[in-house]
Design a protein around this ligand. Structure first.
Ligand code: URA
Ligand code: SF4
Length: 189
């Protein structure tokens, strides 16, 4: 475990712990406020993220930006990261050995940032962080509290692009997140 994000990012840039290192253009470490109270965790970089080295800058990222606007927070206030830091070829889901190899970095990020709320975007994030026994359809929209962190699983924005019907639930979940952020902001004064 290292104590600061810049140091950790340097380590990740050179990482070859799994085969995704062979096909990446850039590692995608994370983006945002290192002291964020709220963290969003996605699955892994897509083509645009791989090119730019920044999470959620492609189509799904545009939707996330709208979501941030909708709940009245700036993207720069929160921290965004992924389960795997290198792009899986053809955007396939990360394999078990890839997410297992990469997860220590995300744990280290959480340890440094110390968020109060973690939003889990989609099934890959949910299962890797809270356990294989969780399913996104049953778990989304409900707070799950573990070790002083409140987790909110919701749909991955890419799922909304495939299925419009998921949008209503996604926005419902965002509203709950917004309410919780307001409580946090008030208790901070
Ligand atoms: N989808 C993800 O899960 N993460 C990104 O960074 C971009 C798209
Ligand atoms: Fe290392 Fe993670 Fe990239 Fe695999 S995905 S090479 S574990 S940084």
């Amino acid at each position: 475990m290292v104590e600061n994000l810049n140091e950790l990012e340097k380590i990740v840039r050179k990482c070859n712990k799994c085969d995704l290192c062979r096909t990446r253009t850039n590692t995608v470490f994370g983006d945002g406020n290192p002291n964020a109270k709220v963290m969003f965790i996605g699955e892994g970089p897509g083509a645009d993220e791989d090119k730019q080295g920044i999470p959620f800058v492609g189509k799904a990222g545009k939707l996330m930006n709208q979501a941030f606007l909708g709940i009245g927070i700036k993207r720069s206030e929160v921290y965004i990261a992924n389960i795997v830091k290198c792009r899986p070829p053809n955007n396939r889901n990360p394999l078990k050995q890839e997410s297992t190899a990469c997860l220590d970095y995300l744990r280290n990020q959480v340890m440094i940032i110390k968020p109060k709320i973690i939003v889990l975007l989609g099934s890959v994030a949910l299962k890797n962080i809270l356990g294989e026994e969780y399913g996104i359809t049953a778990s989304r929209g409900k707070w799950i509290i573990k070790k002083d962190i409140k987790y909110m699983p919701t749909f991955h924005p890419a799922a909304l692009l495939r299925d419009e019907n998921k949008k209503i639930d996604f926005w419902r979940d965002l509203k709950k997140i917004k309410e919780e952020i307001e409580i946090l902001k008030k208790s901070d004064i």
